[in-house]
Design a protein around this ligand. Structure first.
Ligand code: CTP
Length: 399
C-alpha cells in the first residue's frame, strides 16, 4: 500500500509562474491515494484556476477564509485539524516571509498557523529574490521550526535568468512528503549528549572547555525531524533546545552521567558528542574564595567516563562516540572505539581550520568497529548529522 493512501494533504499553491506545476503534484498525490485539499492564494489564481484542481482532486478547491464547505464547521480549523501534511508548492518569497512572521491574512496562512501538520515547502522564485538575505533568513527561521524544505533547483527561470529558483521536480517533492508521512527513524529512541560540562571550583569559578554544543544539537534536531524519539542531555550552552526533543540540562559530568543512566534502559542509540571535563576539583569551596598572595593549588580528581560506563552495559544498543583530537587522529580514535566498546567513532581533528569547537562546520571520519572507514569532506554540522544518521539507519535496519 502506498504511504499516501488515505492521508490528508493540504496543498497550498501561491502566486508563482510555477503554479501550473502544482497541478501535476496534486494529480500524482491523488493517484497515489491521498485526499488532497488545494488552497489557492489570491495571487495563485492569476496563474491557475480552481477548475483544474477541482477536476484533478475531485474535491472543492479553497480560496476564501470565509468558505464553509461542511455544515457548521469552520473550514480552516477543520482542514487544519485533519491534515497530515501541509505542502506549499510553489512557495513564493512572500509566503515564506508571511509564514516566518506568523501572519494569517488569508486562508493558506491561517491554516498554516492553525495546524499541527508538518510543513513541507518547495520554493520557486527569481534567483535574486531567493538569494536575498531576507528570504534566506525566513528559510532559516522556518527550517529551525521544523519545516522541511525541498530546495529549488538551478536552471533557466521564467524571467530569462539562469540560477537557483526553479521549483524542484514533482518526484523530489513527493519524496519529501513521503519522508514526512513515513519518517525514516520512526520508533527509534536516541540519546544525545552535548555541550561542555562545568566543574565548580567555588561559587563563581569552574573548569570547563569551549564546546558550543552545536554538533550535538544538530544531531538531536535532525533525529527529531527523521521521526526518532530524542533525549538530549546537555551541559551549559547558549543554544535553543531543539523543538520536539526531551532536553535535560545538567552542569557537571556526574550530573550528565546520572541523567544518561535515567533514560538508558529505554534507548536504542547513544550519540555522545559532549566534551566532558575529564577532571573535577577534589574539593569545592563554599562561597567565593577570596584572593591572597600565596599560590593556590587545585587538586583534581578524575570524572567518570560516561560513554565507557554506558559501553560496559551496552546490550543491543548502538553506541557512537566523538573523538576530539589534535594529533594522531585515527590511532587515538581507534583506541577510544575499542576502549569504550563503541560501534562507531566520529574522529574530528579539532586543530584544523573549520573543525571542532564553536565552528558551524566539521571535517570528520567515521570509524566503525568492523574496520570500515569513511572520510567526509568539510561540511556543515547539520550535514554531518544527516550523514551520521543515514549511516546509523543502515546499521539499525541490518540488525
Ligand atoms: N566522553 C564521556 N565521558 C568522559 C569523557 C569522554 O562520555 N568523561 C565521551 C565523549 O562524549 C566522546 C568520547 O567519550 O564521545 C571521546 O571523548 P574525548 O574527549 O575525545 O576523549 P577522552 O575519552 O576524554 O580521552 P582524551 O581526553 O584523553 O582524549
Amino acid at each position: 500500500m502506498s504511504v499516501f493512501e488515505g492521508k490528508h494533504i493540504l496543498l497550498g499553491v501561491t502566486g508563482s509562474i510555477a503554479a501550473y506545476k502544482a497541478a501535476d503534484i496534486a494529480s500524482k498525490l491523488t493517484q497515489a491515494g491521498a485526499e488532497v485539499d488545494v488552497v489557492l492564494t489570491e495571487h495563485a489564481r492569476h496563474f491557475v484556476t480552481e477548475v483544474t484542481f477541482r477536476a484533478i482532486t475531485r474535491r472543492p478547491v479553497l480560496t476564501d477564509l470565509f468558505d464553509e464547505p461542511e455544515e457548521r464547521q469552520i473550514a480552516h480549523i477543520h482542514l487544519a485539524k485533519r491534515a497530515d501534511v501541509l505542502l506549499v508548492a510553489p512557495a513564493t518569497a512572500n509566503i515564506l516571509a508571511k509564514l516566518a512572521a506568523g501572519i494569517a491574512d488569508d486562508l493558506l496562512t491561517t491554516l498554516a498557523l492553525a495546524t499541527h501538520a508538518r510543513l513541507v515547502i518547495a520554493p520557486a522564485m527569481n534567483t535574486v529574490m531567493w538569494e536575498h538575505p531576507a528570504t534566506q533568513s525566513n528559510v532559516r527561521t522556518l527550517d529551525a521550526r521544523g519545516a522541511l524544505f525541498v530546495y529549488p533547483a538551478e536552471g533557466m527561470l521564467a524571467c530569462g535568468d539562469v540560477g537557483a529558483g526553479k521549483l524542484a521536480d514533482t518526484p523530489t517533492i513527493l519524496q519529501a512528503v513521503e519522508r514526512v508521512l513515513n519518517p525514516p527513524l520512526k520508533g527509534v529512541r536516541v540519546l544525545v549528549t552535548a555541550g561542555p560540562t562545568e566543574e565548580p571550583i567555588d561559587a563563581v569559578r569552574h573548569i570547563s572547555n569551549p564546546s558550543s554544543g552545536k554538533m550535538g544539537y544538530a544531531i538531536a534536531e535532525e533525529a527529531v525531524r527523521q521521526g526518532a524519539g530524542v533525549t538530549l542531555v546537555t551541559g551549559p550552552t547558549l543554544l535553543e533546545p531543539p523543538a520536539g526533543a526531551q532536553t535535560v540540562s545538567v552542569r557537571t559530568a556526574q550530573e550528565m552521567l546520572e541523567a544518561c543512566l535515567q533514560v538508558y534502559d529505554d534507548v536504542d542509540v547513544v550519540i555522545a558528542t559532549a566534551a566532558v571535563s575529564d577532571y573535577r576539583p577534589a574539593e569545592v569551596w563554599h562561597g567565593k574564595r577570596k584572593k591572597g598572595d600565596e599560590e593556590w593549588t587545585i587538586r583534581l580528581v578524575p570524572n567518570p567516563d560516561i560513554l565507557r560506563t554506558l559501553g560496559e552495559r551496552k546490550g543491543s544498543r548502538i553506541l557512537v562516540g566523538f573523538a576530539a583530537e589534535t594529533a594522531d587522529l585515527l590511532q587515538n580514535a581507534q583506541h577510544k572505539l575499542c576502549e569504550k566498546n563503541l560501534d562507531l567513532i566520529v574522529a574530528n581533528d579539532v586543530s584544523q581550520e573549520g573543525s571542532g569547537f564553536r565552528t558551524d562546520t566539521n571535517r570528520v571520519t567515521f570509524l566503525w568497529a568492523d574496520g570500515t572507514q569513511t572520510n567526509l569532506p568539510l561540511m556543515s554540522k547539520r550535514e554531518v548529522a544527516q550523514r551520521l544518521l543515514e549511516a546509523l539507519r543502515e546499521r539499525l535496519f541490518q540488525r
